[in-house]
Design a protein around this ligand. Sequence first.
Ligand code: UD1
Ligand code: UDP
Length: 370
Amino acid sequence: MTPKKIICVVGTRPEAIKMAPIILALKKCKEFNVRVLATAQHRQMLDQVLKVFNIEPDIDFNIMRPNQALTTLTGRLLLELDEVLITEKPDVVLAQGDTTTVMSVALACFYHRIPFGHVEAGLRTWDMDNPFPEELNRVIAGKLSRWHFAPTESSRNNLVKEGVPPDQIWVTGNSVIDALKSVADTRPSIGVKLDDSKRLILVTAHRRENFGEPIREICRAVLALVERNEDVQVLYPVHPNPNVQSVAHELLGGHPRIVLCDPLDYLPFVGAMQRAYLILSDSGGVQEEAPALGKPVLVLRRETERPEAVEDGVVKLVGSDFECIVGEAQLLLDDESAYREMARGVSPYGDGLTADRIVRVLLEYIQQCD
Ligand code: UD1
Ligand code: UDP
């Protein structure tokens, strides 16, 4: 049998982390000719992850421009994808998540009548503004997919509600846990000088709906927590988006117990999550990883498309309200039993075998094609 050509697309840091286990598993199968396409919607943050997993892109659009508008990004992606799909003629295309890269890939595949597989399908808040523009991106990808790889039963149910035929949905878990399991046991070092006698609050924030006043409020809350608690230090790897950089450095720069640093490479970041007492984040991936590591997360968002960990009581939504962030964080700093309740290690998003499940589905498909 001639190997079938499968293009795996990655654009941003989390896509690379979540696609890496799948790309590596596909590459082990002689039935597939795996091509890795990096749109490089992120540049440095994508490259560091690909390096960790030893993945070399076969095609690279190098699309990132500083502070690029979403319309420009989408237009440029579609033009590049058009050309690649015509020349490469893949049998299958696979992408993960809800970024502009994923939405554009799904749309380009639809126009070219190429079957598209969506990894991490079916996440919804049912609110187009939260998160923006990700809710629309994943709704579009969901409309156009041949295979929907849903991480949980609840994401599967969202797709069924939208009319996706159940036989096109597979509940696979989330490959973020495959990636995490492949590195967590090494207890990677953080590579940043921290005071071992202090409790660490790890902070990340990058969502577009938090730009402006919400991110300022989040920073003011972080500052208040450090000032009220002598035994607390903060590590905040600042996302390179200029809208985040400027505010974080203006409001938090220079404090002796706040370390602002560039985004950490994936391994040091896993080390930082392991070392953290508490995590404040608006990230999607961190909401999935931290529960598996037994770390409480206060989510700096109004809505989450990941309700499972909230229902399990190990993740709490606090939004960007100063009082709410400070109040909930202070409770976890002061009240040991409230802390222990949230620091139970649970893993509602996967068992580390997601990549194998996805590969099996695709193998079955190509065997039927022959
Ligand atoms: C993007 C995704 C978001 C995802 C996040 C993961 C969209 C619309 N947004 O948000 O869903 O959660 O990635 O981090 O798809 N930049 C760099 N170097 C990098 C990466 C980014 O300098 O390696 C800067 C550039 O100025 C770039 C800007 O950040 O233009 C914004 O990047 P972009 O991908 O548009 O948005 P993110 O906020 O990173
Ligand atoms: N991450 C990282 N370095 C950092 C911050 C996050 O490697 O400094 C990893 C984290 O472990 C998770 C992923 O990046 O797997 C989450 O990416 P991000 O928060 O940028 O995007 P989202 O998940 O919100 O789409």
